[in-house]
Design a protein around this ligand. Structure first.
Ligand SMILES: Nc1ncnc2c1ncn2[C@@H]1O[C@H](COP(=O)(O)OP(=O)(O)OP(=O)(O)O)[C@@H](O)[C@H]1O
Ligand SMILES: [Mg+2]
Length: 503
């Protein structure tokens, strides 16, 4: 990505929108790029407080009267020498007609001159008039090499003993996904807490990172203790996942395999979609981050939602290989505040940028999305090629229900032989996994209240008194099934028996 910035600068792209909250790092990267050029260009920085100041010079060297954005842009046009002009936080002014016009004049004027304007801002705000002329670029988070500088500095400061390359790499990887400042803070904190920085502090760094990532409210590290064995049935889906356990290894690359992009799991509520997605983390040995789409939406400022999404994706990419879990995708794309029509098109724009990202991403971020209402999902999502596979999770069939009973009974009692699981599976026809679990818990409560152990009969009674979703919402469930059967791959090997079932 930094390469990309270099290419754009060298290619004389006149207007670049660089999205970042790490101004210092970005400025220094730009200055480095300019210095490596054969005829190195001067770098100037505009802020609304100081006007234009040359990079590296004290603020007293302000070019007077360049505090107003219009004057500053005009100043760049008047310059005879080549130059790179960084405008920090121009976004609040960019909609103003004179600023907008001056920018376009500048672009026209720069043709053939070695001049570039870089708009640097943490949020994206581009007026329609400029959309065609500007190229938007995300400034990437620090890579291992950059983090190494931060770590080395911290080690020097603390006069720490030397650490092995292995420990160093672990400490570095633990900080991936953080900004430079954040990494500094995390290393310092770990150092202070433990009085040293060694292998045992990797955990501190990791947990600090998890907190920092959670603080932005959009991404969250998920810890899932269950393994894939806690999921009953869904054999096909499991097989698919197990087959790809090593998909993100070097060996798979050497073998010539492409990296899996993602999967979409559609299905009836309460049948284990979220559960299986979360357990994939353990199965694949990759961290899993939940992207909360509802929180991406932010109506406070134009462009804020887009920036939220970009930042979240950027973080995920820098932590990769990683699983990005988007639960209830259908709800997410209905928008945080309303439908696509009522929020001024924000949700469709967000949706568009998400799809583009999915299409173009090269970093190993595996998207695992779940959904149950299809009519809310834009068709583009379902087109082949977006996801490697779209699975449909149906209500469990008899065998799967046995499996689910067994799993949940075993979780709570060691002597499950006293239950007739075949019978339980039979009477719970039409139940989802979640409903089976709930019936079991209800039975346990009943018996517990009477101060005795729960029995087969308690469970059957609980089942009988439950009205499953497949009965209360027969129409929706049937519609979903009919739709999915034609378009998605079944998650279970055998076709469920209730296709014949009439409620
Ligand atoms: N196939 C299953 N095997 C074992 N347990 C299950 C299964 N399906 C559901 N459960 C139980 O029900 C709980 C809820 O399931 P989960 O959240 O995965 O459903 P879901 O398909 O994501 O539903 P929704 O569409 O409502 O989000 C699980 O945590 C688990 O305890
Ligand atoms: Mg779910």
């Amino acid at each position: 990505m930094k390469e990309e910035l270099k290419i754009l600068i060298e290619a004389q792209y006149p207007l670049i929108y660089l999205m970042t909250s790490e101004e210092e790092r970005a400025e220094s990267a730009i200055s480095q790029i300019s210095q490596k050029e054969s005829e190195h260009r001067r770098v100037y920085i505009w802020t609304v407080t100081h006007g234009i100041v040359e990079y590296g010079q004290p603020r007293q060297t302000t070019q007077h009267n360049t505090v107003s954005p219009e004057a500053a842009i005009e100043w760049t046009i008047r310059q005879k020498e080549p130059g790179i002009y960084i405008f920090k936080d121009l976004h609040p002014f960019i909609e103003s007609p004179p600023v907008n016009r001056w920018l376009r004049d500048a672009i026209a004027n720069f043709k053939g001159d070695e001049k570039i304007i870089i708009l640097m801002s943490p949020i994206q705000e581009i007026p329609i008039e400029l959309e065609k002329d500007v190229i938007v670029l995300d400034f990437p988070l620090p890579n291992l090499k950059e983090l190494d500088e931060v770590l080395s500095q911290q080690l020097r400061k603390a006069k720490s003993r030397r650490i092995t390359t292995e420990v160093r790499e672990k400490l570095l990887r633990a900080a991936l996904g953080l900004t430079k400042d954040e990494a500094e803070k995390v290393y310092r904190k770990a150092q202070v807490k433990a009085g040293r920085l060694t292998e045992s502090e990797v955990e501190i760094v990791l947990s600090e990172k998890k907190q920092l990532i959670r603080r932005n409210g959009i991404l969250e590290y998920i810890e899932e203790d269950e393994t894939i064995d806690a999921v009953g049935g869904l054999e096909e889906l499991k097989k698919w996942l197990v087959q790809r356990s090593n998909a993100f290894t070097e060996r798979a690359r050497e073998y010539g395999l492409p990296q899996p992009k993602g999967m979409l799991i559609l299905g009836v509520p309460g049948c284990g979609k979220s559960l299986i997605a979360k357990t994939t983390s353990r199965l694949w040995g990759l961290p899993i981050l939940r992207l909360d789409m509802g929180r991406v939406y932010d109506g406070s400022m134009v462009g804020r939602s887009e920036a939220n999404l970009r930042n979240a994706l950027k973080t995920a990419e820098s932590i990769s290989p990683v699983i990005l879990f988007i639960d209830e995708l259908d709800k997410a794309f209905a928008g945080g505040t309303g439908s696509a029509d009522s929020d001024g098109g924000t949700s469709s724009r967000i949706f568009g940028s998400f799809l583009t990202w999915m299409q173009e991403k090269t970093s190993p971020v595996f998207v695992m999305a779940t959904a149950n209402r299809l009519e809310k999902l834009p068709g583009e999502f379902l087109r082949k090629g977006r996801f490697d596979e779209i699975f449909f999770v149906d209500l469990p069939n008899t065998e799967e229900r046995q499996d689910i009973f067994r799993i949940h009974l075993k979780k709570r009692r060691s002597d499950i032989n006293r239950f007739d699981i075949e019978q339980l599976a039979k009477v719970s026809e039409g139940f989802s996994g979640a409903e089976i679990e709930q019936a079991l818990i209800a039975a346990m409560y009943d018996a517990f209240a009477q101060d005795r152990e729960f029995t087969q009969l308690d469970i059957i009674a609980a089942i009988k008194s439950t009205l499953p979703l497949s009965r209360t919402m027969t129409e929706q469930v049937t519609a979903l099934r009919d739709w999915a059967r034609q378009r998605a791959r079944p998650a279970s090997a055998s076709v469920a028996e209730y296709q014949r079932l009439e409620f």
